[in-house]
Ligand binder design. Sequence first.
Ligand SMILES: [Zn+2]
Length: 162
Amino acid sequence: MYPHAHFITGFLFGVIGWRFGIINAVDMFIIAAGAVLIDIDHYIYYIIRHKDLNPKRFWNKSAEYGITKEENERTFIHHLPGMTIIIPLLFILLFFSLRIGYIAITIYIPHMILDHLNYINKRLSEYHVVDIFGLKFLWNFAQESLFFILTAISMVLLYSAL
Ligand SMILES: [Zn+2]
């Protein structure tokens, strides 16, 4: 899934947490940013494997993997073995701090769900390559529809919470 989808999903859970008084307003943005930043493992993996720091080449290489429907270059945090270790640990965090636990859980779990939905979607539907200033994006109707639905829900919730 693309950064904008991860950002808005994190933000949505941030708004919900803020609405219920679990986290503060700044935490909403921490969750949204965190949901994007945990993809840093793709970049680190890319740097190590290809010995290349260029973020543009990294981005386009990731898009290429998407086109060929190959599995992305991911580390254990994106795979089932990593998840089975990380998810229980995140829930244990809740016993120490509801706020920190909520932030960690809503950064990680929705991100993994979205990535795996995207992976299934890639096998089922067509993606079109869009070039924006030399950066390749894979455009897909289902993916972008989900993004707009999540954006609309978070805006309504945010508005009702203000
Ligand atoms: Zn990811």
